[in-house]
Design a protein. Structure first.
Ligand code: FAS
Ligand code: PHB
Length: 385
């Protein structure tokens, strides 16, 4: 197996295959430090936790991860708790993607398959035949050729694999949202036990966390905003306004990281061309409002690993032949849910739009079936829909 990209998708796929006796080489164009430092997702669905634990990667997660039993939906005057175990019998975990990546890399470098950092000029070739290969230049500048049985394109939104799969037959769906997220990490004890998704006339805000002493917060901003125009004081003032609630106070602290993140929905089909299979952000991007991106990548590689074991060990093609359709069924479900959460919570359009959003929020607060639908999607639907 040649695996392009050492993000959560590529690293977990290599691990799952390794545990089934299938060798792989993971090729990553960035340095280890860069990959481990990228601040991204924070919420793990139960199936993600179960998959990581079953793959022998759950020790630190179980020690340092925070199990969360719901979220709050907030709109002026109301902060409504959705109790996940009551609604759907499931929970989620707060454990940063940086930590997941560190655990995966540590396991890979401790007797796992080869993981080559800082490669360049990576090109999958002959993917329509039975002997695909990957040409690349290694960290020492030497041109290499990796002969493979199968190639996984887990190289994210900007990697080379999607274009090879797309070719002439592929199709792309894309929606760019008229807003972005300004995200911060702060040395501040979270002032809430569960995440708060807040609708506010001035814009959406999300209260998340990484530990009992580190908060992760987001503000809806215009996509053209420049992070240098946002002083710490301005950020805290906006967060305090959007989370304001009688008898509650935001806790502030030292901001240790801040950035502006674009918001888009993106789906590329199919997720396979011959012996090249896409998984994770290489095939799809969701706006982070539904906390689906990382979890969808894990779901893809769980399905792909099962299919590749069947192909390479049992010489059966039934699961690889249906992989793209089965993965896309869940991709579209998560794409819809991420769009639904994003459209409901972000201020955009006119007052008519605002009334529709508030009506949807009040419906979820008042209706158990409506709340259950959100809870089931947020905590993660079955892998194989
Ligand atoms: P990744 O992008 O993580 O990994 C792809 C890897 O391939 C990278 O290491 C890249 O360096 C490498 N690569 C690229 N081109 C290559 C090449 N030519 N050769 C070799 N390697 C190459 N999801 C959430 O659920 N919640 C969030 O809050 C959230 N926030 C996000 C913020 C940002 C800024 C971004 C970009 C994404 C965010 N996501 C979030 C989504 C994110 O978590 C992804 O879903 C997750 O990283 C997907 O993992 P991979 O598919 O492995 O892709
Ligand atoms: C995060 O903690 O980074 C996070 C949590 C929930 C989301 C998005 C991001 O929906």
């Amino acid at each position: 197996m040649g695996i392009i990209g050492a993000g959560p998708a590529g690293l977990l796929l290599s691990r799952l295959l390794h545990l089934q006796g299938i060798d792989s080489v993971v090729l990553e164009n960035r340095s280890r430090d860069y990959v481990e430092a990228r601040i991204r997702a924070g919420i793990l669905e139960q199936h993600t936790v179960d998959t990581l634990t079953a793959a022998g990667l759950g020790d630190r997660l179980q020690r340092e991860g925070l199990e969360h039993r719901g979220i709050y939906l907030q709109y002026p005057g109301t902060r409504h708790k959705l109790d996940f175990p009551e609604l759907c019998g499931r929970t989620v975990w707060v454990y940063g993607q940086t930590e997941v990546t560190k655990d995966l890399i540590a396991a890979q470098l401790d007797g796992g398959p080869p993981l080559l950092f800082e490669v360049s000029d990576v090109r999958p070739e002959d993917v329509d035949g039975d002997s695909p290969r990957i040409r690349f230049t290694d960290a020492d500048g030497v041109e290499q050729v990796l002969e493979c049985d199968v190639i996984a394109g887990t190289d994210g939104f900007h990697g080379p694999s999607r274009a090879v799969v797309q070719g002439a037959a592929g199709r792309v769906w894309e929606r760019t949202y008229p807003y972005a997220w300004l995200g911060i990490l702060a040395d501040a004890a979270p002032a809430t036990d569960e995440l708060i998704y807040a609708w506010h006339p001035e814009g959406f805000a999300l209260y998340s966390m990484r530990s009992p002493s580190v908060s992760r917060l987001y503000l809806q901003v215009d996509p053209a905003e420049k992070i240098e125009d946002w002083s710490d004081d301005r950020i805290w003032e906006n967060l305090a306004t959007r989370f304001a609630l009688e008898g509650w106070e935001l806790t502030t602290g030292t901001i240790t990281e801040k950035s502006v993140l674009p918001m888009r929905s993106f789906v590329s089909t199919p997720m396979r061309r011959g012996r090249l299979f896409l998984a994770g952000d290489a095939a799809h991007i969701v706006p982070p409002t539904g906390a689906k991106g990382l979890n969808l990548a894990v779901a893809d590689v769980t399905l792909l690993a099962q299919a590749l074991v069947r192909l390479l060990h049992e010489k059966q093609t039934d699961l690889v032949d249906t992989y793209s359709d089965r993965a896309l069924a869940r991709v579209w479900r998560c794409t819809h849910f991420s769009w639904f959460m994003t459209s409901m919570l972000h201020r955009s359009g006119d007052d008519f739009d605002a009334e529709l959003q508030l009506s949807q929020l009040r419906r979820i607060a008042a209706s158990e079936p409506a709340a259950r639908e959100l809870a089931e999607n947020y905590t993660g639907l079955p892998l194989d829909l």
